[in-house]
Unconditional design. Structure first.
Length: 496
C-alpha cells in the first residue's frame, strides 16, 4: 500500500511542535510521532540551590501557567516544611490559580482553536461566514471581546500577588501579600463584570441555568430554547463542531488523569476539592496515587533513569545512537499507562453527568474536549467568588511560621490550565538535591514508551482522514484540542 510521509509544524500552540505523519493512499493517518523539538533544563538549574529558590525560578518555566508552577512549588515546600497553611492563605492561592485557569480556557478556545474554522479548508462548509466574523485573528468580534475580558480578569493576580506573570507571593506557610479591604472589593468588582460577560456572551444564560443541562437531550433542548442560547459562543461552538463532524474525531485512549482541587475551605474548618483527584476510565474511577506516577524516556532524548520522579534525573542525551528516540518530551505514565489530562478530565472526575455519559457512550473527541474547556469556567467562577468573599472578615491569617528542613522528600501536585502539574523536591543538607517537573503537555504530548504505547494525542491522531496533505487541518485540530504548551514541556539547549 502506498504511503506518504510528511512533517508538519503545528502553529498556534505555546512553543514549537512537529508532527511526523505517515498517510496511506486514502490519506488516513497510519503512523504518527509527536516531536518536542527543544530541551527543558530547569530541573538541572535547581540542584544545589536553597529550597526557596524554586519559588522564583520554576514560575518562569512558562509565561502562561506561571501561577500554576508557583502553586506546585509552594505545595511541595509546604509538605517539606511540614506546615498546613491558614484558610485565608489557601483561599488567596486558590483565587489566583483559578483566575489563571479561567483566562487560559477562554483564550485558548477563541484565539488558538477556533481560528482554524476561518481557514480555506472550511470555506465551503456550514457557518463559515459567521466563523469568519467571530474568529478572524485579532479582528473577530469574539477574539477581541475575549482579549478584553480576560486581560481585565488577570488583574486579580496582580492585585493579590503583586504582578503577573512570574509572581512569587506564595511561600511555605502561606503568602507574603495581605489584601486590604479595597483589594478584595476590587477583585469582587472584576469578577462580577467577568461573570456578566461570560453569562451573556459565552453561555447565553445564567450559570444556574447551564448547571441544569445534564444529558445530551437536555443540551439539545437548551440549544433550541432561546435565540440567546443558540447564538451565544457556546451555542455557535456546538452547532459549528457538530456540523463539521468534530464530535467523531480524535478519540485517544479514553483514560483520564486529574490532579483535582483546588481545596476549598469550608465553614467547619475542613477543606473539600472542587474537582476530586483521580483517574477516570471505562472501568470506573480510582483516587490519585502519586506513587504510581512515573516517566519513561525510551523514545526521548534523555539517558535512562528510574521512573519515579524522586529518583529520576533529567540528563540530556542529544547524541544517542538509539534510533527509537525522537522527542525532547518525556513520557509520563500512571501505573504504567498513558493518560489524558485537561478540563475534560476534571469534569469527568467531578462527575459532570453530561460529560460522563458522553465519554462512556462515545469516547473522547475534539468536540467534547473543547466543550469541557468552554464550560469549566461555569464551575470555577462560583468557587473563585466564594474564596474572595471568604477573605473579607476580621482578623485574617495569611501565614504560619515554619522551620527550614535539612532534608525532605516532598511534592506539589495541582490542576494547571492544561491539566495535572507536579513538582517533586528532594532536599539534602538544606539544599535541593533533585527537582523534577511533570507538566500537562508532557502527559498529553508524550512520545511512545518502552512498551511502544503512543502518547494521548499521538493515539488521538491515528486514523484521522486528511482531505489535503498540504493543509492537514484535521490533524492540527485534534492536537490543538489538547491545548499544547510545548514551552512547559521543553526549553532550549545549545549543542556543542
Amino acid at each position: 500500500m502506498a504511503r506518504t510521509k510528511t512533517i508538519i509544524p503545528v502553529n498556534r500552540v505555546e512553543g514549537d511542535l512537529e508532527l511526523h505523519l505517515e498517510l496511506d493512499r486514502d490519506n488516513v493517518v497510519t503512523a504518527v510521532k509527536s516531536v518536542g523539538t527543544m530541551y527543558r533544563g530547569i530541573e538541572n538549574l535547581m540542584r544545589g540551590r536553597g529550597p526557596l529558590d524554586s519559588l522564583v525560578i520554576t514560575p518562569r518555566i512558562c509565561g502562561i501557567c506561571t501561577t500554576a508552577h508557583l502553586s506546585a512549588a509552594a505545595k511541595a515546600l509546604d509538605m517539606a516544611y511540614n506546615v498546613v497553611i491558614p484558610a485565608d492563605a489557601l483561599r488567596l492561592r486558590n483565587v489566583t490559580l483559578m483566575v489563571e485557569l479561567l483566562q487560559n480556557d477562554l483564550r485558548h478556545l477563541f484565539m488558538l482553536f477556533m481560528p482554524d474554522f476561518t481557514r480555506a479548508h472550511y470555506s465551503r462548509r456550514p457557518l463559515y461566514a459567521e466563523a469568519m466574523e467571530r474568529y478572524r485573528t485579532l479582528k473577530g468580534t469574539s477574539t477581541i471581546q475575549t482579549l478584553q475580558a480576560t486581560k481585565k480578569l488577570i488583574e486579580i493576580i496582580a492585585i493579590l500577588g503583586g504582578q503577573w506573570p512570574h509572581s512569587s507571593f506564595m511561600v511555605p506557610g502561606g503568602v507574603v501579600s495581605v489584601p486590604s479591604g479595597s483589594d478584595i472589593a476590587q477583585c469582587r468588582h472584576i469578577l462580577a463584570t467577568f461573570r456578566k460577560w461570560y453569562e451573556k456572551r459565552v453561555l447565553g444564560c445564567t450559570l444556574e441555568r447551564w448547571s441544569e443541562v445534564a444529558t445530551w437531550d437536555q443540551l439539545q433542548a437548551w440549544l433550541n430554547e432561546e435565540a440567546a442560547h443558540r447564538d451565544s459562543e457556546l451555542g455557535f461552538f456546538i452547532r459549528l463542531c457538530l456540523a463539521n463532524g468534530l464530535d467523531g474525531s480524535g478519540r485517544g485512549h479514553d483514560r483520564f488523569i486529574s490532579a483535582g482541587g483546588p481545596d476549598l475551605p469550608q465553614p467547619d474548618g475542613a477543606v473539600s476539592p472542587l474537582f476530586p483527584a483521580g483517574v477516570f476510565t471505562s472501568q470506573g474511577v480510582v483516587p490519585l496515587d502519586p506513587d504510581k506516577i512515573g516517566e519513561d524516556v525510551t523514545h526521548s532524548f534523555f539517558k535512562d533513569t528510574p521512573l519515579q520522579p524522586f529518583d529520576s534525573w533529567t540528563i540530556a542525551d542529544p547524541y544517542s545512537e538509539d534510533t527509537r528516540k525522537y522527542s525532547w518530551a518525556k513520557a509520563p505514565r500512571y501505573d504504567g499507562q498513558p493518560a489524558e489530562t485537561g478540563p475534560l478530565a476534571d469534569l469527568l472526575m467531578a462527575g459532570a453527568p453530561l460529560f460522563v455519559s458522553w465519554v462512556r457512550s462515545n469516547g473522547a473527541s475534539v468536540f467534547i474536549r473543547e466543550l469541557a474547556r468552554l464550560v469549566r469556567p461555569a464551575m470555577l467562577l462560583p468557587a473563585v467568588e466564594r474564596c474572595v468573599s471568604g477573605m473579607a472578615h476580621a482578623n485574617p491569617q495569611y501565614y504560619r511560621d515554619t522551620r527550614t528542613p535539612l532534608s525532605a522528600r516532598s511534592f506539589g501536585i495541582v490542576t494547571a490550565p492544561r491539566g495535572i502539574l507536579g513538582h517533586w523536591l528532594v532536599v539534602k543538607d538544606g539544599k535541593i538535591d533533585n527537582y523534577q517537573v511533570i507538566t500537562p503537555t508532557a502527559w498529553n504530548g508524550s512520545p511512545r514508551d518502552r512498551n511502544g504505547i503512543a502518547g494521548p494525542w499521538e493515539e488521538a491522531v491515528m486514523g484521522t482522514v486528511v482531505q489535503n496533505p498540504d493543509d492537514p487541518v484535521e490533524v492540527e485540530q485534534v492536537v490543538r484540542s489538547f491545548d499544547p504548551c510545548m514551552v512547559c514541556t521543553v526549553h532550549a539547549i545549545k549543542l556543542a
